[in-house]
Design a binder for this molecule. Structure first.
Ligand SMILES: O=c1ccn([C@@H]2O[C@H](COP(=O)(O)O)[C@@H](O)[C@H]2O)c(=O)[nH]1
Length: 237
């Protein structure tokens, strides 16, 4: 478990991030998430810049393609020195194993980034999953199925809702990473998320990491919001 909530930097460009990070003490090392919005507009240099500012980076690009393409992409991404990155479990065992191979081969110095697989997005409800994806099982069963596929592929863990973390750890191991977005402090706007849990709830359910975007990025005082969520996540309030 990392004591820092991972902040989802869902902003369009480096200028917006610079403005946002001004709310935080300059010397505080954050764990930040770079997703599609930012990466597609700023490219790999945004990662190297955030690292040079002293932050750890989770690169959330959710790769999903044929095994050969994902392996090559991961070989390139490994050179960025991110702490963690991911693929979609729906790509299958061969794709996930290839992703891991590419990441291992591309890691030039230091530690290989943690590799995790998205199970069912936290914005998906059970009804939606069954109807839209044609999956005839419970959402928890689908998430567990993907988690076991990820484990079989040699990955370090999964992206899931904290609601599923206890069952996943039971069926895999305590060390298997459960990274949980869809985190909402009590009373916060849920937005497009469906399977939401409070920071305290995520801790109680055994989540390894929490990812928090809008409750921090859209707060009047982002640093205060971050501190409160961090304290709740660490069981300090
Ligand atoms: O299942 C998933 C996978 C990824 N995400 C990402 O996490 C953040 C959540 O942001 P909020 O503003 O706190 O909702 C966002 O960047 C998503 O792309 C997810 O929510 N669910």
């Amino acid at each position: 478990m990392d004591k820092r909530p991972i902040i989802a930097l869902d902003f369009p460009n480096r200028e917006a991030i610079t403005k946002f990070l001004q709310h935080f003490p300059e010397k505080e090392s954050l764990y930040v998430k770079v997703g599609m919005e930012l990466f597609y507009q700023e490219g790999p240099t945004i990662v190297t810049w955030l690292k040079s500012c002293g932050h750890d980076v989770f690169l959330d690009l959710k790769l999903h393609d044929i095994p050969n393409t994902v392996e090559s992409a991961m070989r390139g991404l490994a050179k960025l020195g991110v702490a963690m990155t991911n693929v979609h479990a729906a790509g299958g065992v061969r794709m996930m194993s290839s992703a891991l191979k590419g990441l291992e081969e591309g890691t030039v110095e230091g530690k290989r980034p943690v590799l995790i697989a998205v199970t069912q997005l936290t914005s998906t409800s059970e009804d939606e999953m069954q109807h839209d994806q044609g999956i005839d099982r419970s959402l928890e069963n689908s998430v567990l199925h993907y988690a076991k596929m990820a484990e079989k592929s040699g990955l370090d863990g999964v992206v899931c809702s904290a609601l599923e973390a206890t069952a996943i750890k039971k069926q895999t191991s305590d060390d298997f990473v459960c990274l949980t977005p869809g985190i909402r402090p009590l009373g916060a706007a849920v937005g497009d998320q469906k399977r939401v849990v409070t920071p305290e709830g995520a801790r109680a359910l055994g989540a390894s990491y929490i990812v928090v975007g809008r409750p921090i990025t859209k707060a009047d005082n982002p640093y205060q919001a971050y501190q409160e969520i961090k304290q709740e996540w660490n069981g300090e309030i």
